[in-house]
Each structure stands twice: as structure tokens, then as C-alpha cells.
Write a protein that binds this ligand. Structure first.
Ligand SMILES: *Cc1c(COP(=O)(O)O)cnc(C)c1O
Length: 482
């Protein structure tokens, strides 16, 4: 592997990268009469056009992305994102809108926001949506704040939130940030919420149960309506983490399952490129009782068009500047409208079929702690390979040598040595088979040459990193040599 130098290392100050014709107007420094104008930026790299283009093109090829290949990162729903969404989001009428523009100049944009809210209501069965939260975790926090506000309005302060032990780490964090004490609910031997345990824990001090459905094992909480009844009977709210909506779209609606508050991840289910911290959106859907508390401003339809209504006495306030990540909402709406109800149903059907195809194909080679039929993802563990000293991280790193992105590791926490695989609907049979073949090869290597796995990856741009040092001592800045 050739190491790509830093742009600073290929810089050559003696080169004149661009030759400009002589100025026939006053030079910038004169025009700005500028003591403030810099004549030099210390350490600024100087490279020619082909050098800079090649440098960044080569760097772009050292990264893995969904446009290169299979990306089975469980829980993250790394699906291929149709390019038409990008074309729509890049239309100048959208990209050139100023976020402070008065309502009457951006009627089209407001109509889009309203249409996206209504589309999400139709898909999820909720009564209203706010598009403001910038990510799933932000949606969770917003949802908990809505529940907090509704309970306060009832004069019923409660202190506890129940969360199953299989939940995504953001769930307890969001509840905690909102000031709640988190109480864990144990999963039963099928990986589902234990109803007897829930009944016992569900007291008049519990504000909400946060449930993920299908849960992080990919298993559908079949007793969801009974769960909702138990929570409601004690005056609590049912919050659903809808990050796994990819298993449900067009087939089942959380709003029909006793759910009071729900977040969805537009950057997962509704096709927006994500990873690397790029923009996302975690809209929150609510039932009628919670509508008065929604964040402001609310897009409201009037006789003359649309207005942004900020005058709502019970609101929890603002959770995000402007109206959230508009470009992400645009992509999601383009995605929903191009697929339509039948297309969305097919998304869920194929996502579930693909996950089960992988589960069946690797059964016996990798350990399955919960052997229930799964929906959109399946969770194996390294239990068989551990006998040869091979851990989930070794399997994951070896996949990189086979040109594939590793699955999610060590989550959910209730599966020791977890390998969580979510293929999504956008992968072909050929791609799935290539992944399955690689996983089988790795299982064989674990038997025959475990050291190869323990030292993997061998063929990647960087070898195995010291992840602790990477977190504790990150090198984030290039400094010019003295
Ligand atoms: C991704 C995910 C979240 C958090 O969403 P972000 O958009 O990453 O903040 C929450 N719960 C589950 C189950 C998830 O998969």
C-alpha cells in the first residue's frame, strides 16, 4: 500500500500554481485599503491543479462507502441512496433559499415541509410530526421533552423512564438528559420485553417506556399493543424508537400499535447518505394529546397558503435553528414519493427477506443466541470462533480484506461478541452471496489459521488501529515542521 502524503507534504512554495493576467483594475489590497488583508497564510499548501485533484481523488478512494459496495452495519440501515434524491435536493430554487426569508417568499418550501410531515403521518399512523430534530438521538430527546411537558400540564410529575436492556445507547442517554432516572427492563429468553417484569416495573412514577420495534435483535415485539395497555393503564406514555422502520414501511404503522411518540431516522429508512457525521434528521411523530407541545415554529396551513406559527403557548420551544435539516427532508420526501405506498411495502419485504437469507445461510457457521425468525437484521455472535481465540473484531477486520464493510460489533449488549448484520433491501442476490461466501471463508480460517484473522486487516490502507489511543490521543491537526 502506498501512503498518500498530506497535501502539505506535496506542497512546493517555489511553484506558481496559477498564472493570472495582469490586473486592469485596482488590486484587492488597494480596494479594501487593507491593513486587515493578509498577504500570506502561514503553512498554506501550494500545489498545482492536477496535483490537488489527484491528491483528493486518491484520498476519496481510500474510504469505503455505500456507492462502492455492501455495507451491512446493523441498526444503521446503510442502504443505497438513489441519485434522483440528490438532484432534487440540489435544485437551485431550494439551495438558494435564505433561511430567514419571509414566509410569503418561500411558500413552496413550506408546502414541502407540510407534505413531508403528512407523508410521515401516513407511513407511521401518527397524528402530527415535527421535522426539526437533527438526528435520531435528538428526536429521542425532543420526544422525552414532549412527554415531560404533557405530564407537567397534567400536574403529574414523574421521575422514571423504563428502557429494555436491548436498547440503543442513545435511549437511556436521552431520557437521562431530560432529567429522568432510567430503569432497565430485562429481555426474556426470546429477546423480547418480559411482560410480567414490565407490569411490575410500571408504577405511577413512570413517565414512559421507550421501546424499539422491531428491537435491536431484529425481532418484532409481537405484544406491543399489550405493552402499550400496561403503560397507559398506569398513566405513562409509550415512546417508540423508530430507527428500525425499514422493517415496517407500508406494512405496519406504530400509530396503530398504541405508540404515543415516535422518532424516525430519515437518514436510515428514508434514504439520505449518512455516516461520518453528515447531516441527518430525526423527525418526531405524536398522537393528538401531545400536539400542543410540539417545537416551534410549526408549519401551518391557512386560507392563503402556509405560515410558520411560533405563537403556541404550550410549546417546548425551539429544538433546532430554522426548520431542521431541510435538504435531508427534501431527499426523504423525494424518496417516499418516488416509491409510493407499494414501493415502500416492497422495501420492507425485501429488507426482511435479505436479512433472513443471510441468517439462514450462515446458521451453523456462526452462533445465534436468539434463534427466532428476524425481520430486517440478524445478530450472530463469535461464540463458535472464540474456542480458537478468534473474536468478533477479528472477523470484522478480516472482512475488510475481502473488500467488504464489517457489520456492527458488540451491540446489542445482551449478545456477547455480537455481529449485527443488516443488509437492507438495496442489495442484489449476487452481493448477498459474496458476503455470505466471505463469512464462510472466515469461519474456515478461524479453524485453520486463526492468526491470520487476529492480525487482519492485511490488505487495507491502514492496519489494525489502537482504538483506545485513537480516542484518547487523537491527532486532529497538521502542524508545519519547525
Ligand atoms: C441509529 C439509532 C439511533 C440513533 O440515531 P442517530 O440518528 O444516530 O442519532 C437510535 N436507536 C436506534 C435503534 C438506532 O439504530
Amino acid at each position: 500500500m502506498i501512503r498518500e502524503p498530506l497535501v502539505f507534504e506535496i506542497s512546493d512554495r517555489s511553484k506558481a500554481p496559477i498564472r493570472m493576467p495582469k490586473l486592469d483594475v485596482p488590486a484587492g489590497a488597494d480596494a479594501l485599503r487593507g491593513a486587515a488583508l493578509r498577504t500570506d497564510i502561514p503553512g498554506f499548501p501550494q500545489v498545482t491543479e492536477p496535483e490537488v485533484v489527484r491528491h483528493f481523488t486518491r484520498l476519496s478512494q481510500t474510504n469505503y462507502c455505500v456507492d462502492i459496495g455492501f455495507y451491512p452495519l446493523g441498526s444503521c440501515t446503510m442502504k443505497y441512496n438513489p441519485k434522483v434524491n440528490e438532484r432534487v435536493a440540489a435544485l437551485p430554487g431550494f439551495t438558494r433559499t435564505h433561511p430567514e426569508a419571509p414566509d410569503d417568499l418561500v411558500q413552496g418550501n413550506l408546502e414541502i415541509l407540510k407534505a413531508a410531515e403528512e407523508a410521515l403521518c401516513a407511513v407511521t399512523g401518527m397524528d402530527a410530526f415535527t421535522l426539526h430534530p437533527a438526528a435520531g438521538a435528538h428526536g429521542e430527546l425532543t420526544g422525552m421533552m414532549l412527554i415531560h411537558a404533557a405530564l407537567k400540564a397534567r400536574g403529574d410529575a414523574r421521575k422514571t423512564v423504563l428502557i429494555p436492556d436491548s436498547a440503543h445507547g442513545t435511549n437511556p442517554s436521552s431520557a437521562h438528559l431530560c432529567g429522568y432516572k432510567v430503569q432497565e427492563i430485562k429481555s426474556n429468553e426470546r429477546g423480547l420485553i418480559d411482560l410480567a417484569g414490565l407490569e411490575q416495573a410500571m408504577t405511577a412514577d413512570v413517565a414512559a417506556l421507550m421501546v424499539t420495534n422491531p428491537n435491536t435483535l431484529g425481532v418484532f415485539e409481537a405484544d406491543i399493543c399489550r405493552i402499550g395497555e400496561i403503560v397507559h393503564a398506569k398513566g405513562g406514555f409509550l415512546y417508540m424508537d423508530g430507527a428500525n422502520m425499514n422493517a415496517l414501511t407500508g406494512i405496519a404503522r406504530p400509530g396503530d400499535m398504541t405508540v404515543d411518540v415516535l422518532h424516525v431516522n430519515l437518514h436510515k429508512t428514508f434514504s439520505t447518505p449518512h455516516g461520518g457525521g453528515g447531516p441527518g434528521a430525526g423527525p418526531v411523530g405524536v398522537k393528538k394529546e401531545l400536539i400542543p407541545f410540539l417545537p416551534v415554529p410549526v408549519v401551518t396551513r391557512t386560507q392563503d397558503g402556509f405560515v410558520l406559527d411560533g405563537d403556541r403557548p404550550a410549546t417546548i420551544g425551539r429544538v433546532r435553528s430554522f426548520c431542521g435539516n431541510f435538504g435531508v427532508v427534501l431527499r426523504a420526501l423525494a424518496y417516499i414519493l418516488t416509491l409510493g405506498p407499494d414501493g415502500l411495502r416492497e422495501v420492507a419485504q425485501i429488507a426482511v427477506l435479505n436479512a433472513n437469507y443471510i441468517r439462514k445461510s450462515l446458521e451453523g457457521r456462526y452462533h445465534l443466541k436468539y434463534d427466532a425468525p428476524t425481520l430486517h437484521e440478524c445478530v450472530f455472535s463469535d461464540k463458535f470462533q472464540l474456542a480458537r481465540g478468534v473474536k468478533n473484531i477479528d472477523i470484522a477486520k478480516r472482512l475488510i480484506d475481502y473488500g467488504l464493510h464489517p457489520p456492527t460489533m458488540s451491540f446489542p449488549l445482551i449478545v456477547h461478541g455480537a455481529l449485527m448484520i443488516e443488509p437492507t433491501e438495496t442489495e442484489s442476490r449476487r452481493d448477498l452471496d459474496a458476503f455470505i461466501e466471505a463469512m464462510k471463508m472466515i469461519a474456515r480460517e478461524a479453524e485453520e489459521s486463526p492468526n491470520v484473522l487476529r492480525e487482519a486487516p492485511h490488505a487495507s490502507y491502514v492496519r489494525r488501529l489502537d482504538e483506545t489511543a485513537a480516542v484518547k490521543k487523537p491527532v486532529l491537526r497538521w502542524r508545519p515542521a519547525e
